[in-house]
Design a protein around this ligand. Sequence first.
Ligand code: CTP
Ligand code: MG
Length: 222
Amino acid sequence: MSVLVIIPAAGSGSRFGGPVPKQFQPLAGKPLVQYVVERFLMTDAARIVVAIPEPLLTTVKQAPGDRVQFVAGGETRQQSVIKAMSAAGDGYDVVAVHDAVRPFFRIDTLGTLIDAAQQHGAALPALPITDTIHATRDGRLSATIDRSNLVAAQTPQCFRYDILRDALARAEREKFDATDEAGLAAHYGYQVHIVPGDPFNIKITRPEDLALAEAHFEEWSK
Ligand code: CTP
Ligand code: MG
C-alpha cells in the first residue's frame, strides 16, 4: 500500500499576522512545518509533497531521490493541494492531507485514518463542539445552532487516491472551493468516515495558539 502525504504550507497566515507566515514560525526553536515533515518521515509514506509560497521555492534544497518534494502553492488551500497532487503524479493508494500548522498530530492515529479511508473512501479526525454556537446578524445573536450534529475538523484527512483526485478535478471544473478536503469529498457525495480527533492536535491559527503550544511543548509532543 502506497501513501502520498500532502502538506499545504503556502498560506499567508493572515489571522496570525507578522512578517513571516506562521508555518515558518519557530516552536521550541524549529519551524512549525519542520515538525510536520519530520513526523511524516517517520512513517513509511512513499512521498511527502509540501506546498510552500512560490517565492520561497528557491530557498529549499531538493535532490532527485528525496522523499520530500517542495512545490509552489496556490491562492487557496485547495489550489495548493491540487498543485501538490499534480506534482506527485499517480500510483498511490491513499492520500493524507495534513495542515503544516498542526505540529502535535500523532503518528499512531494516522494508521487508523488510513485504514478507515481504505474501507470507507475517506476519513477525517474530528472533535465534538463544546462551546455553544450562535448565528449572528448585524453584530447580534440571531439563532442558536444545535451543536449535537456539529464537529470540528482536524487533519490528517485521508482519502483513497482516486476519490480525492476526482473530487478535486470536479471542484476545479465547477470553481467550487472548499475549506478542507473532507468537506470537498462529502460535497461530491463520497462517504467520509469520522474518527475521534485529538484535543492536543491543535491548529496554530493565532499568536495565542503558538504561546499555548510553546507552554505545553514537552507534554503535547510525546
Ligand atoms: N494553506 C495553503 N495555501 C493557501 C492557504 C492555506 O497551503 N493558499 C495552508 C496553510 O499554510 C496551513 C493550512 O493550509 O498549513 C491551514 O490553513 P490556515 O490555518 O487557514 O492557514 P492560513 O490560510 O495561512 O491562515 P489564515 O486563514 O489566517 O490566513
Ligand atoms: Mg486560511
